[in-house]
Design a protein. Structure first.
Length: 106
């Protein structure tokens, strides 16, 4: 399988990628920790039962996520280097309509 464009089109230092699997749209959903914690805490008991969606579990996972995803080290940086710019969406309810478009939600 050939990755990326022809050699003439490649920019020095730009990562190689397979265009056939790249999304047409990249969406980054952003929310602060208290908003996310409130969503977990307000889930019905029958949805939470038997899962790891407890306050302790959430606190551990969000701390790990924030430690790994600093401003300098995120998956968004990879796409930025490729000149794919994500649509950033704040604390909203999002309904996706199924289409033939490949969408990556981060």
């Amino acid at each position: 399988m050939h990755l990326g464009d022809d050699d003439a089109d490649e920019e020095e230092g730009k990562p190689h990628y397979d265009k056939s699997i790249m999304p047409d749209l990249i969406v980054c959903l952003e929310a602060n920790d208290s908003f996310l914690r409130d969503r977990i805490m307000n889930l019905p008991e029958n949805v939470v039962a038997g899962t790891h969606n407890t306050e302790e579990g959430f606190t551990r996972r969000i701390a790990e996520y924030r430690a790994i995803n600093t401003d300098d080290e995120t998956v968004l940086n990879y796409f930025d280097e490729l000149e794919f710019h994500p649509e950033k969406i704040g604390q909203l309810n999002l309904t996706l309509i199924q289409t033939d478009t490949k969408i990556l939600i981060i």
